[in-house]
Each structure stands twice: as C-alpha cells, then as structure tokens.
Design a protein around this ligand. Structure first.
Ligand code: AMP
Length: 452
C-alpha cells in the first residue's frame, strides 16, 4: 500500500495528515502531489469525491514559507460553500503550522472586512470568483509577486460563473505561478483558458469520471407523476440517506413540501436560501439530522456531504455534465452508492448520451410500487442516428408547414426547398459541433495517457 511518506514531506506534514486520519494517498493524490511539489502546472480531470482538495492543499501548505508574509497561494472556488469547505480543510493543518495564515474571501464576508484581512498578509487565500478583484490584482500596492500557486477548483463551473474575465486577469498577473486546474469536465471555455495559460501537455485525466462502486439505475416511470413515483421509490429503496435532485427551483420546492407533508425527515438546499439558514442546514446535514435532502444542482456542486447512500434524479440536468456531479455525491471516497434517474420516453436521447459518456445503466421499470426488469437501450450509435434522423424529419415537417402558410404566394416551391435546405444545414452544423467536442475530449485524454 502506498504511503504519504513516498512524497518526501516534512515530518510535521506527515503528522498533520495522520492527525486528520488519512492513512494512504488516493489515486489523484498520488498523481498530483509530487507534481505540485515540483511546481508544475496541471489540469486534472478527476472523479468527484476522489480526494482532490487535499491533492492540492498538502503540497501547497508544505511549500508555503510562513516567515515570508505575502500571498503565496490563491485558491478559487465556484461557490461560497465549496470555498468555506476548502478553507476548513486548510485550517485543519494550522495545529501543526501555527504561523500559517489562511484567509477566506467569499460573498459571505463583507468587503471591508475582507480587505482589512488581506492587509494582514495571509499566505493562502481561498476566494469565490466574484471576490478576485478584491485581491487588488490591478493595484500596484498589492504584491502578488510571491504567489507560487493558483488553483481553479471545479473549473468548468467557474467558467460558467460570469467571472471568466476576472479569472483570466488574475492568471495574467501571475505568469510565474503554477496553475492547478481541477475539473470534472473540460468545456470549450475552459479548453481555451488551458490552451492560453497552461498547455494541453499537462493534462492528467483519471480514467473514469465516475466512481466505479456507484451503480447507476435508469428508472422508466411510465408517465406517472413525479410525486407518486418518488413515494413508491422511497418505499422500495428505503434509503439510509437520500439526496434528491431536480433541475428547477419550483420542482425542488414542490418535492420538499410534498415529503414534509408526508412527515419524512427532509430538508431543502437551493441557491435562494439566506446565508445563515444555509449554513445552519449544512451543519445539520453533516450531523445526520435528516434522511432526505432535496437539492438544486448549484446548491450541491462540490459539497462534501458524507454517507449519502442513494441519489435520485427526478429529471436529467439540462447540462448533462451535471449528471456526474450529482452522481458524485454518493460513493464518496470509494464507498458504495446508488444513483437512480427517473425517465420517460422524452428523455431517451439523453439517457443514450450518458451511456456514450460511460455510464453503465441498469434499466428498471417502476410499476405498481415495484421495480421490474427494464429493457436495456439498443446499440448506442444506431439509436443515436435514429433519434437524430427523427429530429431532422420533425424539423423538416415543421419548416414545410410554416412555409405552407404562404402557399398562394409566388415562389412558394422555392421557399419550401430553401427552408428544407436550411434545416438540413443546421442539423449538419450541430453534428459537426458535437463531433468536435467529442474529439477534443478524446484528444485531452489521449495526451494525458501519453504523458503518464
Ligand atoms: P474531495 O474529493 O476533496 O471532495 O474529498 C472527498 C472526501 O475524501 C473528503 O471527505 C476527504 O476528507 C476525504 N479524503 C481525502 N483524501 C483522503 C485520504 N487520503 N484518505 C481518506 N479520505 C480522504
């Protein structure tokens, strides 16, 4: 079994790790820690729950010089909860590093207070993207010349945060710092950022983006209402600790109200909760005071909630990459877990896309309060094509019927022909775009394999 000793860390760091309770490094830690110690820049596409936070915290804290009172590492986290969690993880080392100053800069903390804290010269800053400019990256008074590390955690989500320019500006001010990018997926915005600041030769892709001990179930609910299906589901599965995901806030609220009325031990987590209320709920979730948590995607991203035995997706997220984040809430640190997804005929194309992305679904039908064996979906490529052709046919029919409104006008036939050509061109472009996306991901993974 590998050990943290293999990284030549100081005995102080080894004691701190032992005190936290970690016996051996996880796969991502084994790959990342030695490279960060060598000040390399990296892009890591890793499983959620794989121990990635400590993969960067351990070598960063090891490398900080506490006699030098300058900002030496900046960690950017997409949400305040995740920033807070990383901050708490980092604070656990302070017992062994009493001179280490860590500052949390998030929207939870008033600006004036956070500014005065920066004046105290912390060594490590954990910030949400909206607070990056508070670091004074564009002020001559702020000294970032000693900053050795910048971490972009859950970077694909950071790219969607609306602060891409601020992040780009920050990276531009730190040409000599190691850039550490952690992301479950690489979207095109992120790919650009990587190409500009890091280069694809530093990509480490861990084989599976999902934990192999998690079983994935696709549940055909045969057009039952969500509320009926959820209640049957809970009766059948009898979950120990269940997270229910829905894409829309209204659905999250509705499910929560329904379960509360039925006297389930349930709570809710969504983006609109008051800060204090949310913190309080998080504390109670960690104390295992609830059996069921109903959440939106944003609220749950990256959160370290332990012991989740089951996940239920009452719908599929609009951005399918969120499926991986939802599923990643269970099976944390290689424990077992189950991720269930309700579907109807309309969702088939997305279920197939997920299969293409590597999810091995077990198919079930929920009927008369029972799970019956479901039929696996046909060969991916063929079904994909069939669905694409069906979509094309549908769009052509729609375009023709719209043009038909002008049937009496001259040039009608030509207009129909043009409309059909337009639809075909659009579909063709869509397929090309999709192929480029797939190729890009494939290229990153291949390059990462080549580089070990
Ligand atoms: P993360 O992927 O950073 O969200 O971490 C997921 C969970 O794994 C957290 O609860 C960590 O405390 C835990 N963890 C991280 N590294 C280790 C390790 N080497 N041994 C055991 N647990 C770990």
């Amino acid at each position: 079994m590998s050990s943290f000793k293999q990284f030549n860390l100081t005995s102080k760091m080894l004691l701190a790790i032992e005190d936290i309770g970690y016996k051996s490094p996880s796969e991502v830690q084994e790959l990342v820690i030695p490279r960060v110690l060598k000040k390399e820049s990296l892009v890591v596409t890793s499983e959620t729950g794989s121990g990635k936070t400590h993969a960067f915290l351990i070598p960063i804290i090891h490398s900080v010089d506490t006699t030098n009172n300058h900002i030496q590492a900046i960690i950017v986290s997409p949400t305040r909860e995740l920033a807070y969690q990383t901050y708490i993880f980092a604070r656990e080392f302070v017992k062994y590093y009493p001179d280490l100053k860590i500052q949390l800069l998030s929207s939870q903390i008033e600006k004036s207070r956070s500014e005065s804290k920066i004046d105290n010269n912390p060594h490590i800053i954990v910030a949400t993207p909206g607070r990056i400019l508070d670091l004074g990256v564009n002020k001559t008074t702020t000294n970032l010349s000693m900053t050795k590390f910048v971490v972009l955690d859950e970077a694909d989500m950071l790219m969607d945060s609306g602060f891409v320019n601020d992040i780009t500006e920050l990276l531009g001010h730190l040409p000599n710092a190691s850039k550490l990018v952690f992301s479950a997926t690489i979207n095109s915005k992120l790919a650009h950022l990587i190409e500009r600041f890091i280069g694809a030769d530093h990509v480490i892709a861990l084989e599976n983006m999902t934990n192999s001990k998690v079983e994935h179930y696709a549940i055909d609910i045969r057009h039952q209402s969500n509320s009926d299906a959820i209640e049957s589901f809970i009766k059948i599965v009898q979950p120990y600790f269940l997270l229910i995901f829905a894409s829309k806030k209204e659905t999250v609220n509705k499910i929560y109200e329904q379960l509360k009325q039925r006297k389930y031990n349930v709570t809710i987590l969504h983006g609109d909760l008051e800060k204090r209320e949310r913190k309080n709920i998080m504390r109670r979730i960690k104390n295992m005071e609830f059996q069921i948590v109903v959440c939106s995607d944003i609220a749950a991203r990256g959160l370290d909630i332990e012991n989740v035995s089951d996940i239920l997706n009452v719908d599929l997220p609009k951005d399918l990459s969120f499926y991986f984040h939802r599923a990643g809430r269970t099976g944390r640190f290689y424990k077992e877990g189950k991720c269930f997804t309700f579907y109807n005929d309309d969702d088939l194309a997305n279920i197939i896309k997920l299969q293409d992305m590597g999810i091995n679904f077990i198919f079930k039908v929920l009927k008369n309060n029972e799970f019956k064996e479901g039929k696996a979906l046909k060969t991916k490529v063929k079904t994909h094509r069939k669905i694409e052709n069906q979509e094309l046919e549908r769009d052509i029919k729609k375009a023709i019927s719209e043009t038909k409104k002008n049937k009496v006008k001259p040039g009608y036939k030509k207009a129909v022909k043009n409309a059909v050509e337009n639809v075909k061109r659009k579909h063709h472009r869509k397929m090309i775009k999709e192929n480029i996306r797939k190729e890009r991901v494939k290229r990153y993974i291949e390059e990462a394999r080549k580089n070990g």
